[in-house]
Design a protein around this ligand. Structure first.
Ligand code: NAP
Length: 499
């Protein structure tokens, strides 16, 4: 099927508006649902990064002078092309990443929404005007582009996250060097083609394929890259942050989560079950916002367990291209091994496993990387399965006695990405949205479902204070510049010549 959707057998870098030559060192992109090779991707060296950064640096000077509403026109065309190709892109996305086709369509839609939203920023990019403390003096702040931006993205949202980062960067007048995850490079190839067709000047976006340790590291170390915007694991993020810190380079990090759904004693349990199922097992639990803990009031624990078990029986697991499938494969064998190891950890810690807990490798599942949706109960806050990111279809029920305890358990992890509460009590709703220490809070919905015009990111170990998406994303890709215009015709000294 890949042959009919992809016109190439090997992807190539896109640098300075030119597609590279095939050949050189490559690695296979494997469909996690079938084990088949979809395409080969280059493993570029640091010299490709140097070439891409040089092209971006040249292009950015011109691009920054294009009026922002005209820069936005390119994004409008990108949005239209994404829309036209939505089905093809969704199928390719399912093939490289494994997520079920319905979710792949949702992810591409996120890119479409982001294109039109950020294109609108071309006519906003608001700064502020404010009175000066001096007579006949004007004061304002404006956003200035940063220069060359380095974008490093993970495999679990291969197109959405790239659009959260590249679209605001481009509309703000920067040029981009993008290293997509080696597991999922096809969306990067397709998006670069769309940028090209939309008429983005050469060099404004450059895609370099290759490993994190070579290409990613060369980007982080490059003097001419002024911002690194990274989404991925905490270990990699910490490493990147350390290196950027040494260079005084701006860095935006979006990393892991240990997200919880709180189910109170007055919750609509059927709704809570739907929310948990969607956020724990959607994308096979491989979302940064996946629900990995359910903090349940003891009064409804047993009823919730029963209903969850019944609902889990209805989950169909298999190749996500089949429209009837609800849960797709795990990205690769090492992901499967990691999930398996957490099952053992949970059992050894004394948690009770109510369902799942095994690799599915028979019959229709023999060739792919499938893990059975898993439910642990009687998990305590201090257990590793209650603290660490598993990144698979595994959810842990933690019983609590009160609303206050639920909030405390939610906040008692090192991450702070997303949280949710199911309750009918308006007072609890407002206390919860105030006290849950996460960047995203849902009420009567699961832990996933971000919309692109709101900020996306987390507190504590999830990030370093920046946000993707929404207008907040512009803060990553712009510098604030304060401008004072004195039209008094004399020297006026602030704080001194004030009457
Ligand atoms: P990862 O291993 O950290 O990889 C992320 C990206 O970093 C990949 O492109 C990777 O390249 C690159 N990389 C690896 N080592 C590098 C280095 N030394 N220098 C520079 N770049 C390097 O993470 P992942 O396993 O792909 O993604 C899963 C993680 O992402 C989870 O923890 C999840 O929670 C998090 N995530 C967070 C958000 C959020 O917004 N908070 C959203 C989605 C995912 P290679 O692919 O070539 O190794």
């Amino acid at each position: 099927m890949a042959e009919t959707l992809l016109e190439v057998k090997q992807l190539t870098n896109f640098i300075n508006g030119v597609w590279g030559e095939s050949g050189g060192k490559t690695t296979a992109v494997i469909n996690p649902a079938t084990g088949e090779t979809v395409v080969e991707v280059p493993l570029s060296g640091a010299e490709s990064v140097n070439e891409a950064v040089a092209a971006a640096k040249r292009a950015q000077k011109e691009w920054a002078l294009v009026p922002a509403p005209q820069r936005a026109e390119v994004l409008f065309r990108v949005g239209t092309l994404l829309k036209e190709r939505k089905e093809k892109l969704s199928q390719l996305l399912t093939m490289e990443n494994g997520k079920v086709i319905e979710e792949a369509r949702g992810e591409v839609q996120e890119g479409i929404d982001m294109a039109f939203y950020m294109a609108g920023e071309g006519r906003r990019l608001f700064g502020q005007t404010t009175p000066s403390e001096l007579k006949d003096k004007f004061a304002m702040s404006v956003r200035a582009p940063v220069g060359v931006v380095g974008i490093i993205t993970p495999w679990n949202f291969p197109i959405a996250i790239a659009t959260w980062k590249s679209f605001p960067a481009i509309v703000a007048g920067n040029a981009v060097v993008w290293k997509p995850a080696t597991e999922t490079p096809i969306m990067a190839y397709e998006l670069a083609k769309i940028f090209e067709e939309a008429g983005l000047p050469k060099g404004v976006i450059n895609v370099v394929f290759g490993s994190g340790s070579t290409v990613g590291d060369a980007m982080v170390e490059h003097d001419d890259i002024r911002v690194i915007s990274f989404t991925g694991s905490n270990d990699t993020g910490r490493n990147i942050a350390g290196k950027c810190g040494q260079q005084l380079k701006k860095v935006s990090l979006e990393m892991g989560g240990k997200n919880a759904v709180i189910v109170m004693d007055d919750a609509d349990l059927d709704l809570a079950v739907e929310g948990i199922l969607w956020s724990a097992f959607g994308t096979s639990g491989q979302r940064c916002t996946a629900c990995s803990r359910v903090i349940v009031h003891e009064a409804v624990k047993e009823r919730l367990e029963e209903r969850l078990l019944v609902a889990m029986e209805g989950l169909t697991i298999g190749n996500g291209l089949d429209e009837t499938i609800k849960v797709g494969p795990i990205i690769n064998k090492s992901g499967l091994e990691k999930i398996k190891s957490y099952i053992e950890i949970g059992k050894n810690e004394g948690a009770k496993m109510l369902a799942g807990g095994y690799v599915m490798d028979e019959g229709a599942h023999a060739e792919g990387n499938y893990f059975a949706p898993t439910l642990f109960t009687d998990v305590t806050e201090d257990m590793r399965i209650g603290q660490e990111e598993i990144f698979g279809p595994v959810v842990s029920l933690i019983p609590v006695k009160s609303f206050e305890e639920a909030i405390e358990v939610n906040n008692g992890v090192t991450y702070g990405l997303s949280s949710s509460i199911f309750t009918g009590d308006v007072n609890r709703v407002f206390k919860a949205q105030r006290d849950l220490d996460t960047g995203i809070v849902y009420v009567n919905a699961g832990t996933s479902g971000a919309e692109i015009h709101l900020p996306f990111g987390g507190t504590k170990g999830t990030g370093n204070g920046h946000r993707d998406s929404g207008v907040a994303a512009l803060d990553v890709f712009t510098e604030w510049k304060a401008v004072y215009v004195d039209y008094s015709g004399k020297l006026q000294r602030a704080q001194i010549d004030v009457e």
